[in-house]
Design a protein around this ligand. Structure first.
Ligand code: ASP
Length: 292
């Protein structure tokens, strides 16, 4: 027998036509394959992801004051939020970090009960049963290594594909990308791989400055990203997010959110082989980036 294409248009609940590869080499199994492809694509449409560049718009500001509305939207109907404190900013203990996020949520009137994953004996089960997950900022290398050590990457990918809301801030946004090579952090530990969750088919660079300080004479951020793209194997795009920006992914639709100083970009897209990044304003539709 062989392979054939199956096309189905306009099914209820779908916003695009579906074409799947049908394997009819062995009858019944072929039908099962089609069902699996359907299930996968249908669940991808339920993805709900919110990636913050930073958990506060500047050092003096109240945590989440810039992101309250977006967090409220993505957590509609969620009562308990599972917080992952593994990035341990400034060496914070997990319980202190979870406590500060709990306080910050209460401080801006977000009603969710925040529970740290450190309180669970079985972190894999905690992810499997979570209503929603928030991965906080800190050191991206430490975060990714700890996620690998606890074998949480696969369950996280599965739950996100099933539609469990995922919020990341800074390091927690970096790990939603393809790899963590474009984090700003020091490599204080050695994760088994720099490959991250790959919810996005590109990389993130958070905390992108509107202006470089003239007092800093190391490479500018743009130069660091160009160094990444100068290596032939680094073909993925890098989306650099300004402090107050957020990336919202719902199914296949992706949009930039957040307020920027008047007329300033919210994000910059760097691509291999292109000298200058393309700047995007808040509100820009970036769904095309999900196609790679
Ligand atoms: N250290 C940053 C954070 O999580 C991540 C980064 O800058 O790449 O705040």
């Amino acid at each position: 027998m062989g392979l054939g294409f199956l096309g189905i248009n306009g099914l209820p609940g779908w916003d695009w036509d579906f074409w799947g590869l049908m394997d009819y080499r062995d009858g019944g199994n072929g039908a099962f394959r089609i069902y699996s492809i359907f299930e996968y694509h249908y669940s991808i449409m339920k993805r709900q992801v919110l990636l913050l560049s930073s958990s506060r718009p500047n050092r003096q500001a109240v945590y989440f004051s810039h992101a309250r509305g977006a967090i409220e939207n993505i957590l509609k109907g969620v009562h308990r939020l599972l917080f992952i404190p593994y990035a341990a900013p400034g060496g914070a203990t997990y319980s202190a970090y979870t406590g500060s996020i709990r306080e910050a949520f209460a401080g801006v009137g977000l009603p969710q009960q925040v529970e740290g994953i450190e309180a669970y004996k079985d972190p894999v089960m905690a992810i499997r049963e979570a209503e929603a997950v928030f991965i906080g900022g800190g050191n991206t290398f430490l975060l990714l290594k700890t996620l690998y050590d606890a074998e949480l990457l696969t369950p996280l990918r599965q739950r996100v594909a099933e539609g469990m809301p995922y919020i990341g801030s800074s390091a927690g946004s970096n790990v939603a990308g393809l790899t963590i090579n474009t984090s700003n952090d020091m490599a204080i530990v050695h994760p088994p791989s720099f490959d991250a969750l790959g919810i996005l088919p590109f990389n993130i660079n958070p905390h992108y400055p509107l202006e470089e300080s003239q007092l800093h004479s190391g490479e500018s951020r743009a130069e660091r990203i160009r160094e990444f793209h100068s290596l032939p194997q680094n073909r993925q795009a890098v989306l650099a997010l300004y402090e107050r920006s957020m990336l919202h992914l719902e199914g296949h639709k992706m949009r930039l959110l957040g307020s920027t100083p008047a007329g300033q970009p919210a994000a910059w897209l760097f691509r291999q082989g292109e000298r200058e990044p393309v700047a995007y304003a808040s509100g820009a539709e970036l769904s095309g980036l999900m196609e790679g």
